[in-house]
Write a protein of this length. Structure first.
Length: 392
């Protein structure tokens, strides 16, 4: 004889909450999740961070410390660049952390940070002036947000920050494909102290990101903003871009020379929960950066090819990582060109020619007269170096 037993439904979440023994940090966070995506992020699915080089460990252009680059639009650590328009001056680069400089961020596993320092003050900003740090993200890397669809997801930004200037700061997401943006404020409470910040940006069912290799989403940290960008009401929900609503309440980091701003541990992920920072291996992080920038340091032979004449040569190499698009030459040291494995001859000028995103050919010219005719074997190196880039 069959016996049927009926039991009432049980709410597992409530029962777990009633347990006397602790469930641990992850268990507590899991019970607070509101969506499957949030739970999925917590229980072991990595590769969640849309930010590249969030730990500031890769620095192929070599800008170090507060005496780094001063150029508007220049990349500091890989994938992070500075943007400004003001009457002051700043410099930015990579800094190495220790227990004194790094504080809580160093204790959390971060060995490097981006530092921006004010070298010339601008205490009274004109309306259209500003300062910010930004990472641009291409369309292929943001499709998981499902922006512009009925299933659009919120995203959560977490990062470590330290500044000599306390007050309100603004972080902003810009949709470059649909000219939309959203901003969130955060507060630096204590001067010269590392603080971890977490901000959740809402979902946006308007405007789909293009699924391509062009700029789709830009993440910005505002450091100063004139009234053109701060004169309205802070836009905390996605909307058509209105400059006046982008950085309302932003403190002026530029007010005093010597003010600084440190940033590391940057993670942007789908969902409402900030998970533990995804520490990638240096090999993986470097490969991700090399889609946008590749450095060939002094000390090796960079490329091989043939002489074009007795003062020019064409030397090619296969790129370590396929780049976003055909790269351009960012910087170089001309070094020398080798003739038939015998003698090196000094060069003066380097350019890129006949290249793709996977193979690159360097045209080296102004070489001291080698006496070689066209098609003799050539090797470029011996003191040469260069950086190529395919940034957004």
């Amino acid at each position: 004889m069959a016996v049927r037993i009926t039991k009432s439904a049980v709410n597992i979440r409530e029962k777990l909450a009633e347990l006397e023994r602790p469930v641990g940090i992850t268990g507590a966070a899991l019970m607070k999740t509101e969506t499957p995506q949030d739970a999925f992020s917590l229980i072991g699915a990595r590769n969640c961070n849309m930010i590249i080089n969030g730990s500031m460990v890769v620095n192929q252009r070599g800008f170090t410390g507060a005496a780094g680059t001063t150029t508007n639009g220049a990349y500091t650590t890989d994938r992070f660049y500075i943007q400004y328009l003001h009457d002051g001056a700043v410099s930015a680069g990579q800094t190495t952390m220790n227990s004194t400089v790094g504080g809580s961020a160093y204790a959390d596993g971060f060995q490097n940070a981006l530092i921006l320092r004010v070298t010339t003050a601008d205490a009274s900003l004109a309306a259209g002036q500003y300062q910010r740090i930004q990472q641009p993200i291409e369309g292929y890397n943001v499709q998981g947000i499902k922006k512009g669809t009925a299933n659009a997801q919120p995203v959560t930004l977490s990062f470590w920050v330290r500044s000599s200037t306390t007050g309100t700061y603004i972080a902003e997401l810009e949709d470059a494909d649909n000219t939309r943006q959203v901003s969130k404020s955060y507060t630096i409470d204590t001067a010269n102290t590392w603080e971890k910040k977490t901000l959740t940006f809402p979902a946006d069912t308007t405007g789909v990101f293009n699924n391509d290799n062009t700029l789709a989403l830009a993440l910005s940290w505002w450091l100063a903003a004139g009234s053109t960008y701060s004169g309205g009401t802070l836009n905390t929900s996605w909307a058509a871009s209105t400059n006046a609503n982008r950085a309302v309440g932003q403190v002026n980091l530029l007010a005093t020379a010597g003010n600084d701003f440190f940033l590391t541990g940057v993670q942007l992920e789908v969902g409402k929960v900030a998970t533990e920072f995804e520490h990638r291996s240096i090999g993986e992080e470097l490969a991700l950066c090399e889609r946008y920038c590749q450095g060939f340091p002094t000390g090796g032979r960079i490329a091989i090819g043939n002489w074009g004449s007795n003062t020019t040569a064409y030397c090619s190499t296969t790129l370590r990582t396929a780049m976003r698009t055909t790269p351009t030459l960012y910087s170089y040291t001309a070094g020398n060109v080798l003739v038939e494995g015998v003698n090196w001859y000094a060069a003066t000028t380097v350019a890129i020619t006949e290249s793709t995103n996977t193979n690159i050919t360097f045209y080296i010219s102004g070489i001291s007269n080698s006496g070689q005719s066209a098609n003799a074997n050539a090797v470029w190196g011996n003191g040469a170096s260069c950086v190529i880039q395919a940034e957004l």
